[in-house]
Design a protein around this ligand. Sequence first.
Ligand SMILES: NC(=O)c1ccc[n+]([C@@H]2O[C@H](COP(=O)([O-])OP(=O)(O)OC[C@H]3O[C@@H](n4cnc5c(N)ncnc54)[C@H](O)[C@@H]3O)[C@@H](O)[C@H]2O)c1
Ligand SMILES: [Zn+2]
Ligand SMILES: [Zn+2]
Length: 380
Amino acid sequence: MRAMVYRGPYKIRVEEKDIPKIEHPNDAIVRVTRAAICGSDLHLYHGMMPDTRVGTTFGHEFIGVVHEVGPSVENLAVGDRVMVPFNIYCGTCYFCRKGLYSNCHNVNPNATAVGGIYGYSHTCGGYDGGQAEFVRVPLADVGPSIIPEGLHDEDALLMTDALATGYFGAQLGDIVEGDTVVVFGAGPVGLFAARSAWLMGAGRVIVVDHLDYRLQKAREFAFAETVSFTEVDDIVLELKKQTDWLGADVVIDAVGAEADGNLVQHITAAKFKLQGGSPVALNWAIDSVRKGGTISVMGAYGPLFSAVKFGDAMNKGLTIRTNQAPAKRQWPRLLEHIQAGRLTPRDIITHRIPLEHIAEGYHLFSAKLDNCIKTVITTD
Ligand SMILES: NC(=O)c1ccc[n+]([C@@H]2O[C@H](COP(=O)([O-])OP(=O)(O)OC[C@H]3O[C@@H](n4cnc5c(N)ncnc54)[C@H](O)[C@@H]3O)[C@@H](O)[C@H]2O)c1
Ligand SMILES: [Zn+2]
Ligand SMILES: [Zn+2]
């Protein structure tokens, strides 16, 4: 089969690999029909994620058709069209029973914090991902769902990560009717978080980024007010000014470890890897939320410590909530929203690129060229 293969930072190839085999009775092999490149893949692409091994295949946002099932699989049959959440989890451990699918205790011998994620380094379990023609789906009775009749393939694809994560980000903000919600980052996760905030009763939604084409998308797709942090002297002061000098009720960090906006933070984190990530957006969130407010962190940070202004968070009485999204938990409600016509997730897709040219997809997305927001990889 053809598969995306990691050859080192900024080096993506498409190579021939063996079609994965059933390794456990509850495995399925899925023929991938659509995959996407996620902002999280960029952390791998840039060499930020520990134990990202040469030769592995990325891709944790994908849908496909069941090609083969192991002997104990009961919920899926060959030929089923399935959407597969980005998390790999057992469904029965202490954490899974609490709905913390991204923190499953049984699927990742290499870390205790995080569970399993497809194609996301050996730190996240060492599973190959779905930017390939075929992928092994472990615990096939637990994660995947059959794509409901009438759901567009690209909408189903986005439910497996970006949409579910954005929605989860808004949920963790504990938005109360009328709240002012600030979202840092106008990538797919930020756009979906901003759009979801309205569904949860926000009174105002403000999106911050520095890429004008993405801010324009935030206005059009997420009906948000926007601020470019490079066009104001001090983004925190600007946000305070816009929120009666009290600060926002809820701030969502949809930027994560590679945030721009502070050279020292960026160099110590992205270049020298002295931090688990550059916490620029997170520190701006701490500074721009009101006292007693809530910060929801969807942006991903690595295992090392980061220079987070924790004292300010403490003294302001903030609630900080965060996790890798347990994607499937959001599906029932998201389906209702999509089927009721309140949301068309695929509106954010800007590029559709054949697997053979995936390296170009990574480059466009990483360098934010050609107004790229979300790239879908096609395999047919
Ligand atoms: N928690 C989860 O389950 C989960 C799931 C998916 C993605 N993520 C993470 O969410 C983050 C966003 O993902 P994405 O796909 O939207 O990525 P993306 O790279 O498309 O978007 C990030 C955006 O942040 C902007 N940005 C950079 N520095 C900023 C700053 N200081 N303030 C405001 N905006 C800034 C960039 O210009 C970009 O538009 C990534 O860190 C990704 O790893 C987490
Ligand atoms: Zn992702
Ligand atoms: Zn579990």
